[in-house]
Design a protein around this ligand. Structure first.
Ligand code: PLP
Length: 390
């Protein structure tokens, strides 16, 4: 029976993630070095895993409140206040979600009416534009450029604002570019958001992973912004907890309440063991996070130097665990480069357009893999370039 006509049009027309499509190909290849999937190679620190084990041992196998465990919400508010300088009320202004992924979906669905425009800087995380479409909004990309260190400038933002603009999505440090924004730049963007009455979804999932001593500033901490920001964060990246599927959103009570309505019907509550583990992560995880961050910084230094030596220009990422080199002087498109490298040299990286059209000419390499593996991958990339240029 042909079922296509039964699928909602906006879902039927949604492209599959460019990352997943590519990794279906990778899965069929043997002995591939993957600089592809964006997740830590570290297992979750043992004391955090133990907290999940104790949770099960103690029979904590029941639902929690829809918003999440009160103890976890309290820990989150303490952490967000300490690290980002923004105060939230744990009773009404925090919701625990199934990863930042769910938080993005909730925030958009809670705020977007059909036809509202959502602005975001691009290249960006693969879920942003589809999530806007699924919320019946209109996704408006603002291309960022390697020559400007992939920063979002206030001027570029101003050009795209229309009377239908409602939300701006920000992600710094950025997946896939590794870009961050300075306080001064964020202040200009904040000014525009206030002037045009925009709500900001600020996805700060990589905020602990910054390098060269760079200061991470949350736009939510700037004057007048707390009231118009939804602050999104989680445990997947810095705490190496991708499989726990746990994240959170902090926002003024009216917005949190709106997100809660969707969450309570669609999800009910986040996984109880993961919530217990998340408390341990926030209360006692700082040392482990810093050790992983230092290791990523060592790898970043190596991979930046290696790409430059190969003559592939790249912006030096200041955060996250991705590098986004320009591959145009290989004479290949992003897709040809990624497929050729995979086929000929068994190294996987993601074609830049998976992160939006402005990613053409680039590939994303994730350095959350061991330095030894990275060294072999870079040698193979060197061989590949030698062969394609011949
Ligand atoms: N936001 C960004 C920018 C990401 O890169 C990712 C994952 O790669 C997510 C959100 C989703 O994270 P989570 O595992 O918390 O759902």
């Amino acid at each position: 029976m042909p079922l296509n006509k039964h699928i909602a049009h906006h879902v039927r027309d949604l492209p599959k993630s460019g990352i997943r499509e590519f990794f279906d190909i990778v899965a069929q290849e043997k002995e591939v070095i993957s600089l592809g999937v964006g997740e830590p190679d570290f297992d979750t620190p043992w004391h955090i895993r133990e907290a999940a084990i104790y949770s099960l041992e103690h029979g904590r196998t029941h639902y929690t409140s829809n918003l999440g465990l009160p103890e976890l919400r309290t820990s989150i508010c303490k952490y967000v206040h300490q690290h980002f300088g923004v105060a939230y009320d744990p009773r009404t202004e925090v919701i625990i979600t199934v990863g930042v992924s769910e938080a993005i979906d909730l925030a958009l669905r809670a705020m977007i009416n059909p036809g509202d425009e959502v602005l975001y800087h691009e290249p960006c995380y693969v879920s942003y534009a589809p999530s806007v479409t699924m919320a019946h909004g209109i996704a408006v990309a603002i291309p960022t450029r390697a020559e400007e260190n992939f920063r979002l400038t206030a001027e570029a933002l101003a050009e795209k604002i229309t009377p239908r603009s409602k939300v701006l999505m920000l992600n710094f440090p950025c997946n896939p570019t590794g870009a961050t924004q300075s306080r001064a730049e964020l202040e200009k963007i904040a000014r525009l958001c206030i002037d045009h009455d925009l709500i900001v979804l600020t996805d700060e999932i990589y905020s602990e992973l910054t390098y060269d001593g760079a200061e991470h500033v949350s736009i939510a901490s700037l004057p007048g912004m707390r009231e118009r920001c939804v602050f999104l964060h989680g445990f997947s990246k810095a705490f190496a907890m991708t499989g726990f599927r746990i994240g959170y959103a902090c926002a003024p009570a009216a917005l949190t309440d709106a997100m809660m309505k969707i969450h309570q019907y669609a999800i009910l509550c986040a996984n109880t063991m993961s919530q217990d583990a998340a408390i341990e992560a926030l209360e006692n995880g700082a040392r482990a996070v810093e050790a992983m961050r230092r290791e990523y910084e060592t790898r970043r230094n190596y991979i930046v130097a290696a790409f430059n030596e190969l003559g592939l220009e790249c912006f030096k990422p200041v955060g996250s665990f991705y590098i986004f080199p320009k591959i145009t002087n290989s004479g290949l498109t992003s897709r040809e480069f990624s497929l050729g490298l995979l086929e000929k040299k068994k190294v996987a990286c993601v074609p830049g357009p998976a992160f939006g059209a402005s990613g053409e000419g680039f590939v994303r390499c994730c350095y959350a893999t061991s330095l030894d593996q990275i060294k072999v991958a870079m040698e193979r990339i060197g061989e590949f370039l030698g062969e394609v240029k011949r």
